[in-house]
Design a protein around this ligand. Structure first.
Ligand SMILES: [Fe+2]
Length: 313
């Protein structure tokens, strides 16, 4: 098509996309082009702003490594990951769901750990946490034989992959539900943590006057044949950033009841105070499929500096 006026550009691109044999690809790309072109019209995007945007995309790639995924971080920081999660779970976003974001820190091959075992694999400060979790189907029947990956930040705010001071796979473990659909494990109470701001996501947050904190949480990833893989995060109820999560992941249903206890703990070597969390997860029928792990390795060298941004009032 010879372009006579600006509207023709959109028509020409949409016409070319019709050549794609894959219907879903045509649908997504057509909508993407329409919305992107409309955005440029609405804000009257300048040539310089387009060059800045292209440079920004390049930076997202350059800041992505084996141990860090800046593309996942920007999707979360713009709320897209949370929106897509809610659209695809809980009866298409109509009911509450245990599903939440995968985040950038899940690794494959967490160490298999017996029920009741600990995921603390190198000296880690912080109050002891005893977790009991139940996995049920939508009719309330226990799901036996589900594999459940757990991962969390240390009370100092680092995942082990970011932190050479922690043992490989510290605060990670893989459990299998028993006949009653139950797992139990010992850990330490997770802390909220700042997401990295040394790349383009940091630039975005500074420009918007946002802080970079995630409220404390435990990650769960449960798989069993005939059930949709359940990816969840259970947030700590006393965290000050529950209503301003930089990744927009907190729904009311996902705020856990982390109960503070004083006195004797379930393990003799656990000091007071200690915490307990009980949570029941509901898995929906569907395809059991593991996501692609956003990272594969563990950082070496020094523990990174993770600056905390102040939220503009
Ligand atoms: Fe996390």
């Amino acid at each position: 098509m010879i372009i006579e006026r600006q509207e023709d550009v959109t028509r020409a691109v949409l016409a070319e996309i019709q050549r794609a044999p894959d219907a879903r690809f045509r649908e997504i790309m057509s909508a993407f082009v329409r919305h992107m072109h409309d955005l440029a019209r609405e804000v009257k995007l300048t040539e310089e702003e387009l060059r800045t945007a292209a440079g920004y995309v390049v930076q997202l790639g350059k800041h992505t490594t084996e141990t860090h995924n800046e593309a996942v971080l920007i999707a979360g920081s713009l709320g897209l990951s949370s929106l897509v999660c809610l659209l695809n779970n809980g009866d298409n976003g109509q009911t509450e769901t245990d599903a939440s974001l995968l985040g950038p820190f899940w690794r494959m091959h967490s160490p298999a750990t017996a029920n009741g075992g600990s995921i603390v694999r190198s000296p880690t400060p912080g109050p002891a946490l005893f977790v009991r979790a139940w996995f049920k189907d939508t009719a309330g029947r226990p799901i036996a034989g589900a594999e459940v990956d757990i991962w969390q930040s240390s009370p100092e705010g680092f995942y082990e992959n970011q932190d050479p001071a922690q043992a490989d796979m510290n605060l990670r473990g893989k459990f299998t539900t028993g006949i009653d659909g139950h797992i139990a494990f010992r850990s330490v109470k997770p802390a909220g943590y700042p997401i990295p701001v040394d790349g383009p996501v940091g630039e975005l947050l500074r420009a918007q006057g946002r802080h970079n904190m995630r409220p404390a949480h435990l990650h769960f990833l449960a798989t069993r044949d005939e059930f949709k893989t359940l990816i969840s995060q259970i947030y700590v109820n006393d965290d000050p950033h529950l209503d301003s999560d930089v990744q927009f992941g907190v729904t009311r249903h996902l705020i856990g009841n982390y109960v503070r206890h004083e006195g004797p703990a379930p393990a003799a070597d656990a000091a007071s105070p200690w915490y307990a969390l009980d949570h029941t997860f509901v898995m929906e029928a569907g395809e059991s499929k593991l996501p692609r792990a956003p990272i594969r390795g563990k950082a070496t060298g020094e523990r990174p500096e993770l600056p905390v941004l102040q939220r503009r009032s």
